[in-house]
Design a protein around this ligand. Sequence first.
Ligand code: R2B
Ligand code: URA
Length: 316
Amino acid sequence: MASSGSQTKKHDNHSDHLVQPTNPNVAAMQEDVLYHFSLSTSTHDFPAMFGDVKFVCVGGSPTRMEAFAKYMAKELGLDHPGAEYPNICRGTDRYAMFKVGPVLSVSHGIGIPSTSIMLHELIKLLYHAHCSDVTVIRIGTSGGIGLKPGSVVITRQAVDASFEPVFEQVVLGKRVVQRTHLDEELVQELMQCALDLLEFPTVIGNTMCTSDFYEGQGRLDGALCSYTEKDKQKYLQAAHSAGICNIEMESSVLAAICGACSIPVAVVCVTLLNRLEGDQVSSPHEVLVEYQQRPQRLVSHFIKKRLAAAQNPLNL
Ligand code: R2B
Ligand code: URA
């Protein structure tokens, strides 16, 4: 009896955190074609392919997400000579996806629309695979405000270009506003990982999510520019005063969609430049490559710590 009781308890805990889209139509579908992943529930065995996924790391570039998968394989001791990390979405060039043990590494392209589409299909994939207790983390790049280039920002709140913690979308012709809540406990856990490593400057701060890289981020170097250097500085200083440490293009939709489905989500971005000092991303290629590895190193440490804690929950 005791053992069946503990099994029931285990099952209850398990089912508490199953990934679940909020759309009831999904459960009623005979077949679900995840068109932009080139995967379908009728031709792929989702539970067998993805059932053990616990961490989904997302980032803009397919090459960076492939490099992250290879790096995680080494870090988790799953790498071996001749090992290959095939792109699971090889039937399409929209997104790339790699799996290493419990870690799924997925590219999302640039900006909110591309990321939104990827997230709809990702959450349905995790649901069809019966995944539970999944954490989603964006490992990305950004422009810093008042930070030394190469600093890493762990996002406390994702805000829009008016510094509001909201994500706005037009649905059936009407403006719908969603909150962009991020999990403070996860933020602190990630910060502790940065403190464990002490390899690069890391801060917790707000992240501004924009729909454009140029005028949308107050740059003076785009093909269009409808304001002055003084206007730009005033805007970035106001952002800085509102607690904004960096600017990128995906955090708000990530927070809104994962938040709506109760999936813990975090955003960890390196800053490629200090926007108070310029607009062009002009550091040498090797410097930018090393900067982009910083969120990966932090998140790899987080994943290893989480896995070790799961194996030894009482820390004995
Ligand atoms: C950071 O870098 C990209 C633009 O260069 C964009 O995806 C982002 O958020
Ligand atoms: N990504 C952005 O969105 N902005 C920057 O300034 C750098 C990277």
